[in-house]
Design a protein around this ligand. Structure first.
Ligand SMILES: [Zn+2]
Ligand SMILES: [Zn+2]
Length: 558
């Protein structure tokens, strides 16, 4: 016990004992987590346009990016569980969703605009912008998650019209006549009791080779290339499944799903579905569902190692036509000087080629699990806990760090993903002789910073929680409101004068900015603030429960 009370600055205490003492920083972090305070806050500079004063404000990591810290992850998980519970067994149509951006959305878009301006300035000054680009990508994802559809920048070129042969065929499945409802069927028992069953579906990807304890029995024959492409495009396959499910079910099926890693490091899907279909029918839909990836071929490596395309900055194309939005040059073949095909040209060529095959076709594996679940049952609660089990973790956290065989397996998968294009704008397209969409200087194949290539994401860059639009609007609004209040509180926007909502502008700050206090200090301030805030809430609560306020209410009502 003596070690606990010993003075860490007392040199007479043996070094070994002093080393056993907890690091002050770790203690602060632990207290922060206990208080639900974000421990990986993102500092932003808030500039008051009235006074010109600026100050650093911490935004919880869970509000700007995917939750990275335990506090934000836990908070998000609880919000998600509540959201899942609300929508699953609805017996009334949810209210139509409100339109128009709320303040939080507006804030994000303004932040996006500021960040873009900052990026352009840095770029014009010849400085490195890869990190800003990365932040922009993350922010765009956040903007979409805040319930705004499409891209802030808008499509650079008019939407492509694919030729009809490229259209994904609807599989040959029975169709029910469409009813305009999001609610499933009810069943009446002989005793008159009405049941409204729902479903819990688990879908997996196919086998890439035998595994034992999550590790391939024969790594050399394990199909890593296929595993990599399946993971990259998994979310599209899920979209197809939902489309097919709705066609067959004949109503506007609603779902709440999470994407989680299996031990073999492939993504799989748990889906709470409102309403029910016969199990055999769900299986038939899963078996018939596929997704074709109509991307240019990337089986032939044209450039690698030191032999890479060179970038030429120009104000307009050599044929005098302007560049598409966001581009200011071209990649050329280093030997011949030939301009490489742009992304659009490569797609056009694909459209005109009658022999062309899709780059990849995805299907689900034969492992399908369908459970019927009744509202309010123990099963229902268990499924919700199961659904959100992994939400506080990265896909790659399924990895056991003490298992060398699994580590080797993860490394082989990461290798397979290294040169696989993750999106139309992935620098890896250069390896196959195609300029990525929005091509810009210093793109290097194998060095894409996209999420999909990162070891902790294992090829899946999509959202971890997929919720259909009419799952439960009521709670979705509440859920957003909660999140918005949280963010606005953190940003100090709650004190923004109503007469000028645009009083503040926001700038990102570098982590080594001398104006950003040390993290320990920032955490201590947040903890103190949380205590103050909680005390204020308690006072309000007590006041609301007291006789005075209810008297006021009844007076107002009268
Ligand atoms: Zn956080
Ligand atoms: Zn990429």
């Amino acid at each position: 016990m003596a070690t606990l009370t010993a003075d860490a600055t007392d040199r007479s205490v043996p070094r070994a004992v002093r080393q056993m003492m907890p690091m002050a920083r770790d203690v602060v972090e632990a207290i922060a987590v206990q208080n639900g305070v974000c421990v990986r806050p993102v500092p932003l500079r808030r500039i008051d346009t009235h006074t010109g004063r600026s100050e650093i404000i911490d935004v919880p990591c869970g509000a700007t990016l995917e939750a990275k810290c335990p506090s934000c992850a836990r908070r998000n998980r609880h919000l998600r569980m509540a959201q899942c519970r609300e929508g699953w067994h609805l017996d009334e149509e949810p209210a139509p969703s409100p339109n128009g951006p709320d303040d939080y959305q507006r804030h994000l878009v303004e932040l996006r605009a500021d960040l873009q301006a900052w990026r352009d300035r840095e770029h014009a000054a010849g400085r490195e912008v890869a990190d800003i680009d990365h932040a922009l990508t993350d922010l765009d994802i956040e903007i979409n998650q805040a319930g705004m559809r499409g891209s802030v920048v808008g499509p650079a070129t008019p939407r492509r019209k694919r030729s009809t042969k490229r259209r994904q065929d609807a599989p040959d499945l029975p169709r029910r006549a469409r009813r305009n409802t999001t609610l499933g069927r009810t069943f009446t028992a002989p005793d008159g009791k009405v049941y409204r069953p729902s479903m819990f579906i688990t879908l997996t990807l196919p086998s890439y080779g035998r595994v034992n304890g999550g590790v391939p029995v024969d790594p050399d024959s394990y199909d890593y290339a296929r595993a990599a492409r399946d993971a990259l495009h998994f979310s599209k396959l899920v979209d197809r499944f939902v489309q097919n499910l709705r066609r067959v079910a004949g109503y506007d099926v609603q779902y709440f799903a999470t994407v989680e890693p299996q031990k073999r490091l492939a993504p799989h899907l748990h889906m709470a579905v409102r309403g029910t279909l016969p199990r055999a029918e769900v299986r038939a839909i899963v078996a018939a569902t596929y997704h074709q990836v109509w991307w240019p071929p990337c089986d032939k490596v044209r450039f690698e190692g030191d032999h890479l395309p060179v970038w030429v900055e120009r104000s307009e194309r050599s044929d005098g036509t302007p560049y598409p939005d966001g581009q200011s040059g071209d990649y050329l073949d280093p030997e011949t000087g030939e301009i490489l095909s742009t992304w659009e040209q490569a797609l056009d060529r694909l459209d005109q080629d009658d022999e062309a095959e899709p780059l990849h076709v995805l299907r689900f594996g034969s492992q399908v699990d369908v459970q019927g679940v009744l509202a309010g049952s123990k099963d229902s609660d268990q499924c919700i806990r199961y659904l959100s089990k992994y939400l506080t973790k990265n896909i790659g956290d399924a990895l056991d760090p003490d298992n060398p065989a699994q580590r080797a397996h993860a490394e082989r998968l990461a290798d397979a993903l290294r040169f696989e294009p993750c999106s139309p704008s992935c620098p890896n397209w250069l390896r196959y002789g195609i300029q990525p969409k929005h091509a810009k200087a210093s793109m290097l194949p194998g060095r894409c910073r996209g999420k999909a290539h990162k070891p902790e994401h294992l090829g899946y860059a999509g959202r971890r929680v997929l919720v259909s639009r009419k799952w439960s609007n009521k709670t979705l609004a509440e859920h957003k409101q909660d999140r918005r209040l949280w963010v606005m509180e953190a940003l100090g926007l709650l004190n923004t004068p109503a007469d000028d909502p645009r009083r503040y502008t926001w700038r990102p700050v570098a982590s080594n900015d001398p104006d950003v206090p040390p993290i320990g200090l920032r955490l201590l301030r947040s903890i103190a603030e949380r205590h103050r805030w909680r005390a204020a809430m308690n006072r309000l609560q007590t006041a609301a429960d007291g006789p005075d306020l209810s008297a006021t209410e009844s007076r107002e009502a009268a």
